[in-house]
Design a protein around this ligand. Structure first.
Ligand code: TRP
Length: 372
């Protein structure tokens, strides 16, 4: 029986956090130890290009991420471990796929919609009100004593600017789901383990592949299945909101013990006394579950939930679980970062293995399209 190919990627934007670990890294590590699967894991550096901050130091961030994944236990001999930009075929397939992607599908992409929404919120913040007509705007200028400073034409131009919810959104962000579809389809992936926030992207990849296949009347591209990990749904940030760099509420996997202690102490709790029973949806339970073994977690629950353990003591256990889970890997990470030549040699080997898979798939697409 031939093996199933599992594929997933992670963007180099800084240290992965516990949410990334539970959502994608752990499921992928488990698949990489399962002989029924061929695992492709990659550093999605092309995906970070749309982010002006990450773009400044992509080489460095990619190296750190490579060392992180190796330290966590991905075996570069047992799986295909590569950096996306070592497979430039990705960009050819992306361009090809754009022609089979309805623009409206991209308009509905969650990431793009969220960027527009944040532009709208920003504008409300700047103007202190919803400015949506020339009259609104003229009144606003008058109240600020600025009405003399702008011509009618200037005002129309400004209104256009204000109404443009796409300000600051580049085409890389807009086309992101097509790039991600290319990552997946270029490798004939059977399954794609991802966190819940990526579910829509997998659906888009399936939609695009279906359009290509329907157009050529052949199985040019393989339709992938998403594996959406249930656990990711349960790991918020330390303040209870979605774990996200922009909220500064992440718990990084390789944080130093002092930093972990500081962050865990900030995890939001209610004001229950030690003796009181605790709520099932307590954040400390979620963090503990993400890091401890199943047995350790069951024991912790049994002591924590009925009452008798205070939040201070529970936090100590969360801190210990973090160290037990990631302490050794963090030290291995430091060792790898001191040997970039080794990490680069692993990436070079991965690039070769990845292209051995991707090049024939792209050939198949080119042939279907009538390119020779
Ligand atoms: N978009 C994913 C994320 O932000 C990363 C990613 C890029 C990915 N390409 C992929 C995941 C292909 C799975 C398959 O987390």
């Amino acid at each position: 029986m031939s093996k199933k190919r599992a594929l997933s990627g992670i963007k180099p934007t800084g240290f992965p956090h516990i949410g990334n670990y539970a959502g994608m890294l752990l499921p992928m590590l488990e698949l990489s130890r399962d002989t029924k699967f061929d695992v492709n894991i990659f550093i999605a550096d092309y995906h970070s290009l749309n982010d002006a901050n990450a773009r400044k130091n992509l080489g460095g961030l990619s190296l750190e991420l490579a060392a992180t994944l190796l330290a966590l236990g991905f075996d570069p001999k047992g799986c295909t471990f590569y950096r996306q930009s070592d497979v430039p075929e990705t960009f050819e397939l992306t361009s090809f796929l754009t022609n089979f992607t309805p623009k409206g599908l991209m308009n509905r992409s969650h990431a793009y919609k969220a960027a527009r929404e944040s532009n709208r919120n920003l504008k409300k913040l700047i103007f202190g009100q919803d400015v949506s007509s020339i009259t609104d705007f003229k009144i606003l200028l008058e109240t600020k004593g600025l009405s003399g400073s702008f011509s009618e034409k200037d005002i129309i131009g400004l209104i256009d600017l204000i109404e443009d919810a796409d300000i600051g959104i580049n085409m890389g962000l807009y086309n992101y789901p097509i790039l991600m579809s290319a990552d997946i389809l270029l490798f004939d992936a059977d399954v794609v383990p991802v966190g819940r926030d990526q579910r829509q992207h997998i659906e888009i990849a399936r939609d695009i592949a279906t359009s290509v296949n329907a157009f050529y009347g052949a199985d040019v591209l393989k339709l992938p299945e998403g594996i959406i990990s249930a656990d990711t749904m349960e790991i918020p940030g330390i303040d209870g909101r979605k774990m996200s760099k922009s909220y500064g509420n992440q718990l990084p996997i390789f944080a130093e013990p002092a930093e972990v202690e500081k962050l865990v102490k900030r995890i939001k709790t209610d004001s229950k006394l030690p003796a009181e029973p605790k709520d099932e949806d307590n954040l400390l339970l979620k963090f503990h579950k993400a890091m401890a073994t199943a047995e350790e977690h069951a024991a912790f629950r049994a002591r924590f939930l009925p009452g008798g353990m205070g939040y201070g003591d529970a936090k100590k256990e969360v801190i210990a679980a973090h160290e037990a889970k990631f302490g050794k890997a963090r030290e291995e990470y430091k060792r790898l970062m001191a040997d970039p030549a080794y990490v680069n040699s692993v990436l070079a080997m991965g690039a070769q293995k990845a292209r051995d898979i991707a090049v024939p798939v792209l050939k198949r697409v080119r042939k279907a399209a009538g390119f020779n």
